[in-house]
Structure formats: C-alpha cells, structure tokens
Design a protein. Structure first.
Length: 134
C-alpha cells in the first residue's frame, strides 16, 4: 500500500475523534503515524489494522468521556491549600499522561504514571491529615 493512500486513510480515521480532541492532537498523531509507517516496511497491513483498531477504541473512549468541567474536589476553595495543591498536581499528571499516550510518547506516559502514583499518595496523606474522605 502506498504512503499517500495510508496517510489519507489514517487522517480519515482521525475524523472519528470529537472535534476538540482532533484540533488538539490530530496533526501530531498524523506525524507519529507517518514516522511509524516508515519503520514498518515488513508488514504494513498488520500495522494499519492495529492503528485502525487503536483509533476506533480511543475515539470511542473520547466520545464517552464525561463532559469537561471540574472532575475533582480540587475546584472547591474550601479545601485546605495542601489538599488543593496535591489534587491539582495529580490532575495535571493524569492529563499529561493521557496526552502522551494519545501522541504515542509512551516513555513520557510511563514517567507521568510513576509521578502520578506518588502524587496520589501525597494527596491521600493530605486528605487523611485533614480528615477528608476520598
């Protein structure tokens, strides 16, 4: 299969994502696809099938995510500052991890996951310190 056909097909698949997500990540995802296409000379059909399945699953997840807005009590100014900071750090790391995965930057995603586990423990301790339930 020629690169131009595969590229057009993949860009069409990216249209499955919600518009906001597509605006944020489609260009970078397409660039990652183009780069990976060159590395999969042996069995490009298998590569294309895997990418298709990955986009379909990821797009479905994006469409079924809850609407944007405060996801956590971190938006509550009545919480102690120590808890707010810990919650905001945890949320930030989760967002960075999701973006890294979406852009196929898996080493960065693993690093964020490790940092997020530490941040969650810090958050748990801060909540316990102030008697706040999870």
């Amino acid at each position: 299969m020629k690169m131009t056909i595969a590229r057009a097909y993949y860009r069409m698949l990216l249209g499955l994502y919600p518009a906001e997500y597509n605006e944020q990540f489609a260009a970078e995802m397409a660039a990652v696809f183009d780069s990976a296409w060159g590395e999969h000379r042996g069995n490009r059909l298998v590569f294309l099938i895997r990418e298709t399945a990955g986009v379909i699953v990821a797009a479905a997840r994006q469409w079924t995510r809850p609407a944007a807005g405060p996801r956590t009590p971190a938006a509550d100014p009545a919480l102690p500052p120590e808890v707010l900071v810990a919650q905001q750090r945890t949320d930030m790391l989760v967002d960075r991890m999701v973006r890294a995965i979406a852009m196929h930057r898996f080493e960065e995603a693993r690093r964020c996951a490790r940092e997020e586990a530490e941040a969650r423990e810090t958050l748990r301790l801060a909540r316990a310190k102030f008697g706040i339930a999870d």
